[in-house]
Write a protein that binds this ligand. Structure first.
Ligand code: CTP
Ligand code: MG
Length: 237
């Protein structure tokens, strides 16, 4: 059963404010995207990777990924994350027409343990149409209105913070994106698009290391995560 991973990496990284696209920001001397693709490849269960890169950075991204030794294709991403995913998915359906499982993984979640990727793939292989890594939330979460006034306090025990890689039966993700496009819906979460078409989304336990680099604080955390990994440990988590 062939597995293709889509890596949206075409964002500008405005909240990080590094002056270059976030996927190219370096940690430990290598871009976040390189760490992310290496982690996917080290899971041992991905056969092809399709990266959506910023239009101006396709050559830079292609060159940077050569060191990973993975089967990688680079396509031009879109203005919204969901557009980048759709463009990568369209390319993947042409490049790997027999793929049965598709993963969507943020370049910004660069230090996701390969073992988490393997557990998502295993759950899809076991028959779940959609699988996402999820963690219990530590903070109490409030729902507020446009003025910042609290409207509700959902029971924390029922809440989860979700991560990537998200795994899908290929046809499920294709249908979800086609429906979103037809309805003019954009989302930062592919599983949300699958929910919209009435397909159940299952969870597996996420991992703290799969945190998304969004702000300068997160970049400091990512540097610490990498420094804490010895070469022997990396790839086995
Ligand atoms: N992404 C993408 N195409 C876009 C927007 C985002 O491929 N048009 C990717 C990003 O490169 C990132 C992932 O989606 O790997 C998650 O998005 P986010 O963390 O929001 O990254 P950015 O959009 O780059 O950051 P910001 O929102 O701060 O500008
Ligand atoms: Mg964004």
């Amino acid at each position: 059963m062939s597995v293709v991973a889509l890596v949206p990496a075409a964002g500008r990284g405005e909240r990080l404010g590094a002056g270059v696209p976030k996927a190219l920001v370096e940690v430990g001397g290598e871009p976040l995207l390189v760490h992310a693709v290496r982690g996917l490849w080290r899971s041992g269960c991905v056969q092809q990777v399709v990266v959506a890169a910023p239009r101006s950075e396709v050559d830079v991204v292609t060159a940077a990924l050569a060191s990973v030794g993975a089967a990688v294709h680079v396509v031009i991403g879109g203005a919204e994350r969901s557009e980048s995913v759709k463009l990568a998915l369209d390319a993947a359906l042409e490049i790997v027409p027999d793929a049965e499982v598709v993963l969507v993984h943020d370049a910004a979640r660069a230090f996701t343990p390969p073992g988490l990727t393997a557990s998502v793939v295993a759950a899809v292989r076991a028959g779940a149409p959609a699988v996402i890594p999820a963690l219990p939330v530590a903070d109490t979460i409030k729902q507020v209105d446009a003025d910042g006034v609290v409207r509700a306090t959902p029971d924390r025990a029922t809440l989860r913070a979700v991560q990537t890689p998200q795994g899908f039966a290929v046809d499920v993700l294709r249908r979800a994106h086609e429906a979103a496009l037809a309805d003019g819906v954009a989302a930062t979460d592919d599983a949300g698009l699958v929910e919209r078409i009435g397909i159940p989304v299952h969870t597996v336990l996420g991992h703290a290391d799969a945190m998304k680099v969004t702000t300068p604080f997160d970049l400091t955390v990512a540097g610490a995560l990498l420094a804490a990994r010895s070469p022997a440990v990396e790839g086995q988590a």
